[in-house]
Design a protein around this ligand. Structure first.
Ligand code: AR6
Length: 183
């Protein structure tokens, strides 16, 4: 685990399973259907229980599929959190299909909706770098820069954690964070 600072917000990088975190908001790397899936999405629904899917279904009925880059919020069910923020990262298509802008939007819109719901500590997984194939080096840079830019403007967060599932992913994020936050 390593801690950085962006304005008044603690930025924590940690290797682990996001479903074991104790915080206000847990971000889910969902898909547009909001009906669950594999990877971190599957893990969050399994650990959080059926209440999360129930609310996702209501959102689907109300507003249809969730476009890439947008975010919605539900209960966290049995997780040690107040809410789950579901966002949809882009599927990597080679880099010329607005993937970078859309990944940035996924982080930014998650931060905005969590702020609107008064969440002070929030955990992110590495959005889009699993099944969606986004190259991790670029994804890490976008994730951390978007978080830093947000914190420059807004000090609403006490703590923002990036939870990296593998040691390799953790190392990539750590190296980027040293560049981005230590200047
Ligand atoms: N805690 C933290 N990170 C995790 C966990 C966990 N428990 N499990 C996996 N990861 P992915 P995506 C990491 O594929 O690329 C789903 O089926 C994983 O190692 O979960 O945005 C959705 O329903 C990787 O680094 O999400 C969508 O269909 C990162 O989380 C699709 O996958 C993201 O991998 C979304 O793909």
């Amino acid at each position: 685990m390593k801690t950085f600072k962006a304005n008044q917000t603690q930025i924590i990088l940690k290797q682990g399973d996001i479903t074991e975190e104790n915080c206000d908001g847990i971000v889910n790397a969902a898909n547009s259907s909001l009906m669950g899936g594999g990877g971190v999405d599957g893990a969050i629904h399994r650990a959080g229980g059926p209440e999360i899917l129930k609310e996702c279904k209501k959102i689907r009925e109300r507003q249809g599929k969730l476009p890439t880059g947008k975010a919605v919020i539900t209960t966290a069910g049995n997780l040690n959190a107040k809410a789950v923020i579901h966002t949809v990262g882009p599927i990597w298509q080679g880099g010329n299909d607005q993937e970078k802008e859309l990944l940035k939007k996924a982080y930014k819109n998650s931060l905005i909706i969590a702020k609107e719901n008064d969440l002070k500590t929030i955990c992110f997984p590495s959005i889009s770098t699993g099944a969606y194939g986004f190259p991790i080096e670029e994804a890490a840079e976008i994730a951390l820069k978007t978080i830093k830019d947000f914190c420059k403007e807004d000090q609403c967060y006490k703590e923002i954690r990036m939870i990296l599932f593998s040691e390799d992913d953790y190392e990539v994020y750590l190296n980027k964070a040293k560049d981005i936050f230590n200047k």
